[in-house]
Write a protein of this length. Structure first.
Lengths: 605, 191
């Protein structure tokens, strides 16, 4: 769809999400190389840069560590580089990051990491700001799209000026909120030519060099601390001196909304912290609070400076903050009445509406079979994690990208009784499954790895990956084969099944789970959302033939619903197919033992 | 200071809520000082419950609407209107699409359906507009435009001119779908 997110120069005032604003910032700063692995809520940054077609080389790297390494190489070679990922992606990229801090940059390098407080789409809610302190690199926290843009431009300048990568940390509510952005005042920094010169003492981190760089890094931290005192992203907004609040990022918006009268120290550059500015602000207010989302990153450091921060009992450290939660804090610290939301009394017993595998999702049959085979299933990161829910209930673990394969091997080597299968998506397999598979082969394992190959990175919005034959910039490329990789690392039993063919899926899985050597089963079927196929087939439940056994309901397909009872058996409920949702995969037809589900002529809906 | 208008769009993933909130934001942007919009992507869109929030006025800080401050709860589905009923301001108005999408927890028999849905909606929302948006979209031959029917119905309650709305739709909807979306919007205005 053509929409406001398009990067155009038609108007100076635009309505942009935080992610799109970061893309604008990268373009304005003359970023020449951008890399990422998709992850909610960071995924839209790279496509927005690529869509602008302004000559920036953009790629989906196979994982965040590789994305970071490509960014480092580009920076060394003299190109400003941006590397984007979600918060847990920075865990994957943390190995290069930690030593990159010793090495520094040539051209500016900006690392964007998007945290997900409240875990809207994530397995944890880690506070990634600690990585900046851990790696001793500058940290910027935008509070809206305007700042996301300005901080991206500044991030490159800071990176070059202080010879360090700059981390920009967003959250779901900065990345996926949209606000107005003025592109008028945007003056792209003049790009300095930075040709590569070989300096092994700076870039080859053997102990002898690293010991020297360690000292340079500490000197840099002191320079950055001085810079934070005068950096325009840190500012005092004077108000009532009785109440002072220090805050950063999106929390600033909630603070302004809920404490309009307060004096506010708004921090945008948050590592290292401006000690003098904080002390001066603290001295000018009667009571000082620190309001931040997730961990007390600012608060602990401010307390360590000897600044008195007021205690309070309102928990702000778990989950996403909101104006409502700050109103509770306000009630506590001002003694005003607690905010009361009168209930309309209609919420009792509302059935939940959790996300589910789509109607026609090719993953469904594999989990249906695994459930029947009573396998222990080590899972991974993707849509298929939804198979842990009723009625499929075919997942035992989900930790991080690629973990399924090592986890399965661990189950096996611990002598776990019963069948164990690792289940991993195609993009996740390319991301970090290959090493785990190699480990099984090398260490004489016998686990079965099922690659759910839907030819896309589905959960994050259908990005390309090495198996799709297409790059982020729309070029055709070699389509990497999961089967060839599996054979290449030494797996002899490699089989491919049509994920819609339930009989084949069950038979192949049973055989491979019982095989005494490692095996890989590729269950292939295009993602129903990405494929956007016209419905090819249509199925109905013949009411008279349906015995209300509910076998088809065990597929957990949202298109199969409970219908009318069998006459004379009021407690029974026959199945019916919702034609608006059914895409015609035909799996329900295969599980019906009574022949009650049959294909009918296509009918327009 | 101009009062902030708070709009929450709720419904089920796949109902076109994100495009509707783009259109509403765009219309607000063309006629107001400051606009913010917040939504969640990813896991929430696999048939799950979806919320998008839009705020506009002279100066908007938080992209999230404080609970109980929503002026217009635009619900694309009846059950979802109840789920978010308490976020509506005491004098707020609910616009509810007269459509039920059975959640899989009910269709699979894990949780009972609520039999008093219509009665609860009447109890929850003294100020309400029930819009047969799904039926209208069906009549127009494209069920996907139910989002523009809802936007049209909402437009009658906001102080934004008709030409601004149509401009917003033209800006955001691909040319080949523009006419049916505009028709849907007009049907929503009349609904």
């Amino acid at each position: 769809m053509a929409d406001t997110r398009q990067l155009s120069n038609q108007s100076s005032r635009q309505f942009l999400s935080g992610n799109d604003a970061i893309a604008h910032g990268a373009l304005a700063a003359g970023c020449a190389v951008a890399t990422a692995y998709p992850g909610t809520p960071s995924s839209e940054i790279l496509p927005a840069i690529a869509a602008a077609k302004r000559g920036v080389y953009c790629e989906w790297s196979v994982n965040e560590k590789v994305a970071m390494e490509v960014g480092i190489g580009a920076s060394f070679a003299g190109a400003r580089a941006l590397v984007a990922m979600k918060h847990v992606g920075l865990n994957v990229a943390s190995d290069p990051l930690m030593t990159l801090s010793y090495v520094g940059v040539n051209a500016g390098l900006v690392v964007v990491t998007a945290d997900d407080p409240g875990m809207h789409s994530s397995q944890n809610e880690q506070d990634s700001r600690f990585y900046a302190k851990f790696a001793k690199v500058p940290l910027l926290e935008p509070a809206d799209s305007q700042e996301a843009l300005e901080m991206t431009v500044a991030g490159f300048e800071i990176s070059e000026r202080f010879d360090a990568p700059t981390i920009i940390r967003t959250t779901t509510r900065t990345s996926h909120s949209s606000s107005t952005v003025d592109l008028d005042g945007l003056t792209p920094a003049p790009q300095v030519e930075r040709p590569y010169t070989k300096r092994v003492e700076k870039t080859v981190m053997v102990p002898m060099h690293a010991r020297q760089r360690r000292l340079v890094m500490e000197e840099r931290t002191e320079k950055l601390r001085e810079f934070s005192e005068t950096c325009g992203f840190n500012r005092i907004e004077s108000g009532d001196a009785a109440l002072g609040i220090i805050t950063s990022g999106i929390c600033y918006q909630y603070v302004r909304e809920v404490f309009p009268e307060a004096s506010v120290l708004k921090l945008g550059f948050t590592n290292p912290l401006p000690r003098r500015m904080i002390a001066e602000f603290a001295a000018g207010v009667k009571r000082l609070y620190v309001i931040e989302e997730l961990d007390p990153f600012l608060e602990e450091q401010i307390r360590a400076m000897g600044v008195k921060v007021e205690e309070h009992a309102t928990n702000l450290n778990i989950g996403e903050l909101s104006p409502m939660r700050l109103k509770q804090l306000r009630a506590e610290i001002t003694g005003e009445p607690a905010p009361a939301i009168p209930s309309r009394g209609v919420g009792e017993g509302l059935p939940a509406r959790p996300p589910v595998l789509c109607a026609g999702c090719g993953h469904r049959g594999v989990f249906y079979a695994l459930n029947k085979l009573k396998a222990t299933v080590t899972g991974d990161i993707g849509c298929y994690t939804l198979a842990m829910s009723k009625p499929l209930e075919a997942m035992d673990s989900c930790i991080c990208m690629g973990a399924s394969i090592g986890d399965a091997h661990g189950f096996e080597k611990a002598g776990h009784k019963g069948r164990v299968a690792a289940v991993i998506g195609d993009s996740t397999f390319f991301h970090s499954g290959i090493t785990g598979l190699l480990n099984i082969v090398y260490n004489r394992g016998a686990s079965t790895v099922i690659v759910l190959d839907n030819r896309t990175t589905a959960m994050t919005g259908h990005q390309d990956h090495p198996g799709t034959g297409r790059t982020l910039m729309g070029e055709e490329t070699r389509e990497v084969s999961v089967e060839q990789i599996a054979r290449g690392v030494g797996v002899k039993r490699v089989r491919t099944v049509d994920a819609y063919d339930l009989e084949a899926v069950e038979r192949v899985l049973a055989e491979e789970l019982d095989a005494p050597e490692p095996s890989v089963v590729v269950a292939r079927q295009l993602c129903v959302i990405a494929a956007r196929r016209a419905v090819q087939r249509q199925f109905v439940v013949e009411a008279d033939a349906c015995r209300a056994c509910r076998a088809c309901l065990r597929l957990g397909c949202p298109a199969i619903e409970l219908g009318d009872p069998i006459p004379g058996k009021p407690r029974s409920r026959r199945a019916k197919i919702n034609r608006l949702l059914c895409v015609g995969c035909g799996m329900c037809c295969q599980v019906c033992k009574h022949g009650a589900i049959s294909e009918v002529a296509l009918e327009a809906v | 200071m101009e009062r902030i208008t708070n709009i929450a769009l709720v419904g089920v993933g796949g109902q076109g809520i994100l495009l509707a909130s783009e259109v509403i934001s765009r219309a607000a942007l063309l006629s107001s000082q400051d606009v913010k919009k917040s939504e969640v992507h990813g896991m929430a869109q696999r048939g799950g419950s979806v919320v998008s929030q839009i705020r506009f006025g002279e100066k908007v800080y938080s992209p999230l609407i404080p609970d109980g401050d929503t002026d217009f709860l635009v619900s694309f589905e009846m059950l979802e209107s109840l789920r978010y009923a308490d976020t509506l301001a005491p004098d707020g108005t609910a616009l509810v699409n007269h459509q039920v999408i059975t959640p899989v927890t009910v269709s699979s028999g894990q949780q009972p359906w609520i039999e008093d849905l219509e009665a609860r909606i009447q109890q929850a929302f003294p100020r309400r507009r029930i819009i047969t948006a799904f039926a209208i979209a069906q009549e127009l031959g494209n069920i996907r435009v139910l989002n523009m029917v809802m936007a049209g119905a909402l437009s009658k309650l906001l102080d934004i001119g008709e030409s601004t709305w149509k401009q917003a739709i033209a800006d955001l909807v691909p040319a080949r779908y523009r006419d049916v979306n505009l028709q849907a919007f007009e049907s929503g205005q009349a609904a």
